[in-house]
Every structure is written in structure tokens, then in C-alpha cells.
Ligand binder design. Structure first.
Ligand code: ZN
Length: 427
């Protein structure tokens, strides 16, 4: 199974923006000028290069680096070598995709269409490419973890997260897409054939490992879930110090289900009362927790007198199992209160998954494909009528992007040869 989204060997390719293909051609004949150009581009990004662990060269190229030209599929490509550790960096001009004949502008249109929910087959028709080629491009970008790409943009690791699973299908089997969101960006989009706590812990654990590799002192302070057992227990295992809250909006939507046999208008009326209750508790600056306990008791009593003891009893028992999670949300003003942003991410991803049914098979590269889709979700700018028109999720969350072109950003940020500068000690 394609569970791992890690590259199998160190890839030190770097995508460099030469603005115009003609600039690249001009620089082709002057190795010194070429290295100078790459050097200046690196400085403008503020990135370092992934040298070998033993390198003392300071993480950057020097003007004295060795260089050589090679022919690659009809194009001349430069390779630059660090004189200290001998690591070799392949410089890929912006108008070429690594290992692919597809041109970036063709991939750009097909990826935008995919992101918009058009099927892989139709996206492929637009670009005169095969659906499989498009699938492979998405998987190739998905070799690089979300944590790597987001931290390269300077987006701080999330201290408060939303975690939930999207139920999907792989052929006829049920599968789960484990999702972690903070604000407008996806930090994890995993794939599991099992809904066990162990399987969930393994998937969310991949995020945790990547985050700790970036910032060893990283800690999650709060996680909001809808209360599903495996999610809650995996959060508890991975982030023992975190507050675990339950989504308030989810609670609202669940209440009518607890009132079986009650007429729809009455159920809606009770839901509205419950909504007002949670809203009031959230408005209070102090004593919110105590207030919630009292309000819930009144609410259950009200239900008992309006629609009968049995209903009041059932709702009260449900309150008992959930109220700790609701308290948590109300007790910490920084805790997200509802999983709306996560649901939006799920809806966006869902359109694509539906589109790729034909590629869903147990031996596929699900992890890489999903991660590739998640990069698109984070990096493609919102359309011009949207709330954050022209900005992408990363920009909305305060991230820095290498260029103003999302496709180029995707190419640069998923280049194996770049490394972001060490993170500041605390955000
Ligand atoms: Zn080096």
C-alpha cells in the first residue's frame, strides 16, 4: 500500500525561476554567471540547500561551487556541486517539471481544473494529456509532506488543531481520510483502511513526526474533534498535554437525532433553544464552565417537560458523555469552537475524490495523491469573488510565498534540494 509519502532517496533538485526561457538560454554558456544567478535567487527566497549532514559549508552555495552541464531529455541542465560536502544540486528551470515531459503551463491548467472538481479524465482532455499522467504529477508533488511545504512558507506549526475523518470508498471498501486543519490550511491528509484507534494514531503520528523533526519542542495545546472514539484516543496518545474539545456545531446537529419520534418542528424548536444556550455560554467572559453545567441541566429538564421524561433522560445522558469536551472549548478562548473550516476542506477534497474513482484501487498511491491534492488546496489562490480573493490558504495564514505565481510556488516548495532556514525558537 502506498502509505508513505516520503521520498525514497535524497532528491536535491531545485526549481529556479529564470523569469524568461531566453534568460536561461543566455546563461547557458556562462557557468559563472549561471551560478551567480542561482545564488541570487536563493538569497531572494531566503532558503538554504539540503547539503549532506556533515557539511560545514553554511547551507548555501558559494561562488566557488563546481558546476557541469548535462543533457536531459533534449534540454541542457546544470548541476552544481558543493565543494565542501560534494552534494550535487540539479538546477531545474521553472519551465520544466522534474522527470516529466508535461510542461508546467499544461500541468497548471489541469491542476486548477482538478482542484475545481473536474474529473481527472476531463482535466486530461483539456490539456491533451493522459489521466494517468495527471494522476502521477499530483502524486509527485505529494511526495513532499505538508509540514515541509508549510514550514518553508514560514507558517507556524499549529498549536490548536481541528481533526476529523472523511469517510470515503476505495472501490467497495470503506476507507477514512484523516484530516488535520488549522485555519485555512491542511496540515495532514492521511489515508486509512481501518477506523481503529491504532490506525488513526499511526496516520496522525506521521504529522507529529514531521512536526517534531522541524521543531523538537513542538506541542499541541488544543484539538477539536467531533468526539469519534478513535480520533479522540489517537489525539490523547499523540498529544497527551492537549485539551480535547468537541465541536459545538456538531453537537447542535446531533441533538435532533436524540429526539426520536418527536415531530420535526418541535425538534427544530429544541435545537434552536440549545443553540441559544451554547451561544450564551460562549459570550460569557467568565464562569462559562459553571454556566454551561447549569444551562444543560435546565435544557434537559425543559426537554423532559415538553416532550417527555424518556427524551429528557436520553438527552441528559448524552450531555454527560459530551459536556467535558464542550467545557474544554468554552474554557479556552483560543480553542476553535466548531469544525466549519475543516468541513470546508473536506468538501473541497471530496469533489476531487469523487473525480478520481477510477484511480482508486488498493495498490494505488493514496497517501501521495491525497498529499498532492492537499498542496493544491493550500496553494491555489481563491477566486476573485471569494472572501480572501486572490490569496491562497498559506497567505491567509500569514505564510510567505516564494513568488506571486502559485504553480511556480508549488514547483519551488516541493523541490527536494531546498531547506528552510532553522525555525526561530518560539512563535
Ligand atoms: Zn555542502
Amino acid at each position: 500500500m502506498g502509505q508513505s509519502a516520503k521520498p525514497t532517496r535524497q532528491n536535491r533538485t531545485i526549481t529556479v525561476d529564470f523569469q524568461e526561457p531566453s534568460t536561461y538560454v543566455q546563461l547557458m554558456n556562462d557557468g559563472k554567471a549561471f551560478v551567480e544567478f542561482v545564488f541570487a535567487f536563493l538569497l531572494s527566497l531566503g532558503f538554504q540547500l539540503t547539503h549532506k549532514a556533515t557539511c560545514t559549508g553554511g547551507g548555501c552555495l558559494t561562488r566557488h561551487s563546481h558546476y557541469a552541464r548535462v543533457r536531459l531529455g533534449g534540454l541542457t541542465i546544470w548541476r552544481i556541486q558543493c565543494t565542501t560536502c560534494k552534494a550535487v544540486f540539479t538546477v531545474l528551470p521553472h519551465f520544466v517539471l522534474r522527470y516529466r515531459k508535461m510542461r508546467p503551463d499544461v500541468a497548471r491548467d489541469a491542476l486548477i481544473a482538478t482542484h475545481g472538481g473536474l474529473s481527472l479524465e476531463l482535466c486530461a482532455v483539456i490539456g491533451h494529456i493522459s489521466p494517468m499522467a495527471l494522476y502521477r504529477v499530483i502524486c509527485a508533488f505529494g511526495q513532499h509532506s505538508l509540514v515541509t511545504v508549510l514550514t518553508r512558507c514560514g507558517v507556524p506549526l499549529p498549536t490548536y488543531i481541528l481533526a476529523d475523518e472523511k469517510h470515503s470508498r476505495c472501490l467497495t471498501e470503506r476507507v477514512y481520510l484523516l484530516t488535520m486543519v488549522r485555519g485555512r490550511v491542511l496540515w495532514h491528509l492521511g489515508y486509512s483502511a481501518s477506523k481503529s484507534a491504532a490506525a488513526f494514531t499511526k496516520s496522525y503520528g506521521a504529522f507529529q513526526r514531521a512536526a517534531l523533526a522541524h521543531e523538537p519542542a513542538y506541542q499541541v495545546r488544543g484539538a477539536l474533534t467531533d468526539g469519534f472514539d478513535s480520533t479522540v484516543s489517537s489525539m490523547r496518545t499523540l498529544f497527551p498535554g492537549a485539551r480535547l474539545g468537541y465541536c459545538l456545531r456538531h453537537a447542535l446537529n446531533k441533538l435532533p437525532d436524540k429526539l426520536i419520534g418527536v415531530s420535526a418542528p418541535v425538534r427544530q424548536g429544541l435545537r434552536a433553544k440549545f443553540h441559544a444556550l451554547l451561544h450564551r455560554c460562549r459570550q460569557r467572559k467568565s464562569l462559562r464552565v459553571v454556566a454551561l453545567g447549569q444551562c444543560l441541566r435546565h435544557c434537559a429538564a425543559h426537554i423532559a417537560t415538553t416532550v417527555g421524561e424518556a427524551h429528557g433522560e436520553r438527552v441528559w445522558r448524552w450531555f454527560q458523555t459530551k459536556k467535558a469536551g464542550w467545557y474544554t472549548v468554552l474554557a479556552d478562548p483560543q480553542m476553535p469552537a466548531s469544525s466549519t473550516l475543516l468541513d470546508q476542506a473536506h468538501n473541497a477534497i471530496d469533489r476531487k475524490l469523487f473525480a478520481m474513482k477510477g484511480f482508486h484501487h488498493p495498490g494505488g498511491s493514496q497517501a501521495a495523491f491525497l498529499t498532492g491534492l492537499a498542496h493544491l488546496y493550500n496553494l491555489i489562490p481563491y477566486q476573485r469573488c471569494a472572501l480572501n480573493a486572490g490569496k491562497c490558504g498559506v497567505a491567509v495564514e500569514g505564510g510567505r510565498l516564494p513568488t506571486s505565481d502559485w504553480m511556480l510556488n508549488l514547483q519551488i516548495l516541493t523541490s527536494g534540494g531546498y531547506q528552510c532556514a532553522p525555525a526561530p525558537p518560539h512563535h
